[in-house]
Design a protein around this ligand. Structure first.
Ligand code: BGC
Ligand code: ZN
Length: 347
């Protein structure tokens, strides 16, 4: 079968190769991959900055945002049926020694087939098949929101009036949609033009788009007020740490972006320290997601689809066939949001 793999920590090493089709045991399922989304992590892996091959191997099959169809089940599998659509979760193992499929020590899903145990497969209704690759990133958004709301339970009767999402890439937009579908007021900040697809996507869900070309975070806060919750999804640590300044008293900020490791800058640590302590603020990071977040993500996607038909679909701006995988690693233009590789060649 065909698969796209990299040689971890080697720049631009992604290539299309032939690999043996997986053979399942009694308790596994064989999945025929339908589509795989590509995100910043995959791009980082292809740039040689991240990623780890399975033990004793030197290549890593990439891809962790997948949807597939059950092709075959082991004799002991009772809760899955041939033909059902599934989305695989990513992380395996415990938090000290974990693997992530397509990222760390376990092959990913950008191959014609993969095998999995049913515990790591979440069923997807056929109506959501087209946006299947968005369920994994939506689960990351869902976890971040869940964690923020749990953390804020430290405050009696707290509810956010002003939520700010930094970044209108796929993750920022999925956060915006999820928050809007829960009825929150959301501002989404990005460098994209105010008539761009990113801006329109925010507005289509009733969110307010804040264009970095028109305003600064400081001016935004002067006009709209301080933010009670901030989700950082740009991966730009300058933006992240300047946004801390517009976090309201008792507010919480979730960092989701992975920043350049060699990026440093001079900031007043004492000021940051006091701002957080004296303002009773929380700054936290969130990564990965569990099966529960995937299930919640599917529910959220259903709601978003019925509230704003077509909006989820519209952020998949680039459909490619497997042989065109290279396109997914090219530098994105402003109008490109999510690239998806379709295994059957139909785009
Ligand atoms: C993936 C997560 C993963 C994280 C860190 C993200 O792109 O979506 O599942 O935990 O990278 O490796
Ligand atoms: Zn990802």
């Amino acid at each position: 079968m065909k698969a796209v793999a990299v040689k971890p920590l080697t720049k631009n090493s992604a290539s299309l190769l032939d690999m043996p089709k997986p053979v399942i045991n009694d308790s596994e399922a064989l999945i025929k991959t339908c589509a795989v989304g590509i995100d910043g992590t995959d791009i980082e892996i292809n740039q040689g900055a991240y990623g780890e091959a399975p033990v004793d191997e030197d290549i890593l099959v990439i891809g962790h945002e997948a949807v597939g169809e059950v092709e075959e089940i082991g004799a002991k599998v009772t809760d899955l049926h041939v033909g059902e659509l599934v989305v695989p979760t990513v992380r395996r193992g415990d938090s000290s020694d974990y693997q992530e499929r397509g990222i760390k020590k376990a092959h990913g899903f950008l191959s014609e087939y993969f095998k999995e145990s049913p515990a790591n497969l979440v069923k997807l209704i056929p109506e959501l098949g087209n946006i299947g690759p968005l369920i994994e990133p939506m689960s990351i958004a869902q976890k971040a929101i869940d964690q923020a709301l749990k953390i804020q339970q430290r405050l009696e009767g707290w509810s956010p009036e002003n939520i700010l999402v930094l970044g209108a890439g796929a993750l920022g937009l999925l956060l915006t949609m999820a928050l809007r579908s829960k009825g929150y007021e959301v501002y989404t900040f990005d460098i994209a033009d105010s008539d761009s697809l990113k801006a329109k996507t925010v507005q289509n869900t009733g969110g307010k788009y804040v264009g970095a070309k028109e305003t600064t975070l400081e001016k935004f806060a002067n006009d709209a007020g301080l933010s009670d919750l901030i989700f950082e999804a740009t991966g730009n640590s300058d933006i992240a740490f300047s946004a801390v300044n517009i976090l309201s008293q008792d507010g919480a900020m979730c960092l989701l972006g992975v920043a350049g490791r060699d990026h440093s800058s001079q900031i007043c640590l004492g000021c940051l320290n006091n701002h957080i302590v004296l303002g009773n603020r929380v700054l936290f990071g969130s990564v990965s997601s569990t099966r529960t977040h995937f299930e919640e993500a599917i529910e959220t996607a259903k709601k978003v689809n019925s509230q704003w038909p077509g909006v989820l679909n519209s952020i998949i701006t680039d459909d490619m066939s497997l042989t065109e995988y290279g396109k997914a690693f090219q530098k994105k233009q402003a109008y490109q949001i999510k690239g998806v590789i379709h295994m059957d060649g139909e785009t």
